[in-house]
Write a protein that binds this ligand. Structure first.
Ligand SMILES: Nc1ncnc(-c2cnn(Cc3cccc(F)c3)c2)c1Cl
Length: 291
């Protein structure tokens, strides 16, 4: 994928589904959140205006809220105009190759693994859980980093220890669960369930664990409106439900089971989805999104 932004002084090095990464001359990285949205493993069109800026500001807010839990990789938000508001200059870290995931609720791939074996990432869960069940306590469910476009594979804690050593594995688990517990508690007070989250962690040369990437956003986590929570069915997505409902409705004319790309989202769905990102940001932070 070509870099969507030609950023003066920066060299595009990588594009994810919704974000792009650039090298900077000073050895730092520039992380850019696009307005792209993906659903059902497809990149959708058109982009959601301001999504990248809203989620960038949400990450920055969470980094600040959790500064007592761990340092983060943010160096500066003073970035070139073309990515103003959606770009962050970050410290280059030695990224841990494990996806650090915590789950407080059972759904998605975790639910599928549970239904198949009663086990998620090597952890045996009690019987009788269903889609959306709150777990007795949050669990660390690491996975491998899939190649671009692939799916992460769950791995057990023991496999993490084999990969990175038992001391670092324990630090990753503790950090992931602490970040999740703090994020879930704060969001829950504001009416948002953070069902699970994926954090990316990097190491400084001195061995310090640093929170990298994005943090506790609807792209790295499942956000559910708390007042709609009802175990036993798929939960309402705080930010993507309008998109999912339209794509799976006759109005879209799309067959999700086919391998055809989804149709372009109607303007009304785009605007309602933008409004949900603004609402999530303002509900969590208590701050007003400028536009
Ligand atoms: N601070 C860091 N130090 C070293 N590497 C990374 C790093 C590499 N890859 N990713 C994932 C990613 C983040 C954003 C946009 C993308 F396209 C991809 C993050 C970071 Cl954040």
């Amino acid at each position: 994928m070509s870099a969507p932004y030609d950023v003066p002084g920066a060299t595009h090095v990588y594009s994810g589904k919704v974000r792009d990464l650039y090298d900077l001359p000073n050895g730092h990285l520039l992380m850019v959140a696009s307005d792209r949205i993906s659903a059902y493993d497809h990149a959708l069109e058109p982009p959601i205006p301001d999504k990248g800026e809203i989620l960038t500001r949400m990450s920055l807010w969470w980094f600040d809220q959790l500064a007592d839990v761990a340092p983060n990789h943010v160096v500066s938000t003073d970035v070139p105009d073309v990515v103003a508001g959606r770009g962050i200059e970050v410290e280059r870290l030695d990224m841990v190759t494990v996806e650090c995931i915590a789950r407080g609720y059972l759904t998605g791939s975790g639910l599928a693994d549970y239904r198949a074996s009663g086990v998620v990432s090597g952890i045996a869960l009690p019987p009788g859980l269903t889609d959306g069940s709150k777990l007795p306590e949050p669990i660390f469910t690491p996975s491998t980093k899939a190649e671009y476009g692939g799916h992460d594979e769950p791995i057990s804690y023991e496999q993490v220890a084999d990969a990175v050593g038992s001391e670092l594995a324990a630090r990753l688990r503790d950090l992931t669960l602490e970040v999740y517990a703090r994020g879930e508690a704060l969001a829950r007070e504001r009416g948002i369930i953070v069902a699970d989250t994926k954090i990316e962690v990097g190491l400084r040369g001195d061995g310090t664990l640093v929170l990298a990437d994005e943090l506790l956003t609807p792209d790295s986590s499942r956000f559910w409106p708390a007042d709609a929570w009802e175990p036993g069915r798929a939960q309402t997505s705080y930010d993507k439900q309008f998109v999912r409902d339209w794509l799976t409705s006759p109005a879209s004319g799309w067959d999700r089971a086919s391998d055809t790309p989804p149709p372009r989202l109607p303007g009304e769905i785009v605007e309602r989805t933008r409004a949900r990102y603004v609402e999530a940001y303002e509900t969590l932070t208590g701050e007003t999104f400028r536009r």
